[in-house]
Design a protein around this ligand. Structure first.
Ligand code: AMP
Length: 405
């Protein structure tokens, strides 16, 4: 049995792969926030438990491989995955062996020592520069740990790396439950959304979100633009934006996006007023503008109260909502009001029966700041970049590698 997503890839599912008493290599996304060896948020670990437990119940040996941070191809204790092992042991309720390397004799020894029904966690894949080069010999070394490959790292699907792409040349493979869930939500929203479909795109940079905006305009009824990137759009409409964030080389692109929305009859909402400061610092004196224009010398740091009402009403009336990126500098409590209001509106839309989807590390942090639980949102994607590339219609290398002809 296979699943087909909108990219028309045929992908085997873990539950249809008849895995029993096998050694299974599973690529997971354990790129969790960690400080001094303490895991600050274990959502990404918990999200893989369904697949891990399914394999343990089938008496498989589960060999987990993941990356953490950017150790730049060298062993660096700052980026060790070691603290994940005891944490996972508690969550999974079985022994977790930690291998101090992901390939070579140390890894082979740990895999051999583990029994079926136990877990091996391999050390950070990115301790080896070959990983990010999608090196085949390195992939073969990873594949040597098992007889089957399960792709469960949704957040890494948009990367063509040895552990996400090349490995599929050496082992038969399937997608795990988390990847299935992510694809189902995103696929449904993009292929047959219940309308009205509203997208809120915020964050700092237009350049990161141009492609997704172009694609979303083909699908949504309303696109809301907030955050730092909104100023480039306002500049494209000859609105004065003071000293706010501007990507001058993207103004023309922003104008094209505005024109596309206009031609397609898609409503585009930009901030109608702003919270502004003279200097970006936590205790800066704030003012609210009277219109969408910002005076000389002022910097837009959050949406204003009128905009907040406008955005919130749109979100609450929607039946499908996709959100990526904060609408203000939410890390500073004084500038977080607009982003918190959006998070709360998402929760209310969910209560009203809408399908709400959000993605991106910052967007998840806003949710936390707002006191909204992930359970109050239909689907919180574990991969911001991967979910954006999926919506852009790009082929995700981690899926292409597993696709059956
Ligand atoms: P991104 O990674 O593109 O989603 O951007 C997230 C970042 O956008 C956060 O760190 C926010 O502080 C930042 N951001 C949101 N609104 C603004 C703004 N008005 N000016 C500058 N940065 C902003």
């Amino acid at each position: 049995m296979t699943t087909e997503n909108k990219t028309m890839l045929r992908l085997a599912k873990v539950q249809d792969s008849h895995l029993k008493d096998k050694s299974v290599v599973v690529r997971v996304d354990y790129n969790v926030p960690m400080k001094d060896g303490v895991i600050k948020d274990d959502t990404r670990i918990r999200e893989t438990l369904k697949t891990v437990k399914y394999l343990l119940d089938a008496n498989c040996k589960v060999v987990l491989m993941a990356h953490l941070g950017r150790p730049k191809g060298k062993a660096d204790p700052k980026y060790t995955l070691a603290p994940v092992a005891p944490h996972l042991e508690k969550l999974a309720g079985v022994k977790v062996h930690f291998a101090s390397d992901c390939v070579g004799p140390e890894a082979a020894k740990a895999v051999k020592a583990a029994k079926n029904g136990e877990i091996v966690l391999l050390e950070n894949l990115r301790y080896h520069a070959e990983e990010e080069k999608n090196d085949e010999a390195f992939a073969r070394g990873l594949a040597a740990h098992g007889e089957f490959f399960v792709q469960e790292a949704f957040g890494a699907l948009h990367r063509a790396h040895s552990s996400t792409a090349a490995i599929a040349k050496f082992l038969p493979g399937a997608i795990g439950f988390l990847v299935q869930k992510e694809l189902e939500y995103l696929d449904k929203a993009m292929v047959s959304p219940v309308r009205p479909f509203v997208a809120i795109i915020g964050g700092a940079k237009v350049s990161d979100k141009i492609d997704v905006l172009y694609s979303l305009i083909d699908k949504v009824d309303t696109v809301i633009i907030g955050g730092g990137m909104a100023y480039t759009f306002l500049a494209a409409q000859q609105t004065n934006i003071g000293k706010s964030l501007l990507e001058a080389d993207k103004v023309e692109e922003a104008r094209k996006i505005i024109m596309k929305a206009f031609k397609k009859n898609v409503e585009m909402l930009l901030p109608a007023d702003h919270v502004v400061v003279k200097e970006i610092k936590p205790d800066a004196a704030k003012e609210v503008t009277q219109s969408m224009a910002i005076g000389d010398g002022w910097i837009g740091v959050d949406i204003g109260p009128r905009t907040e009402m406008l955005f919130v009403d749109k979100i609450k009336a929607a039946k499908t909502v996709f959100w990526n990126g904060p609408v203000g500098i939410f890390e500073t409590p004084a500038f977080a009001g607009g982003s918190i209001a959006v998070a709360k509106a998402m929760a209310e839309a969910t209560r009203n029966g809408a399908t709400t989807i959000l993605g991106g590390g910052d967007t998840l942090s806003v949710l936390k700041t707002a006191g909204v639980k992930t359970a109050q949102i239909s689907h919180c994607s574990t991969g911001g970049g991967a979910s954006l590339e999926f919506i852009e219609g790009k082929m995700l290398p981690g899926l292409v590698a597993l696709s059956q002809k």
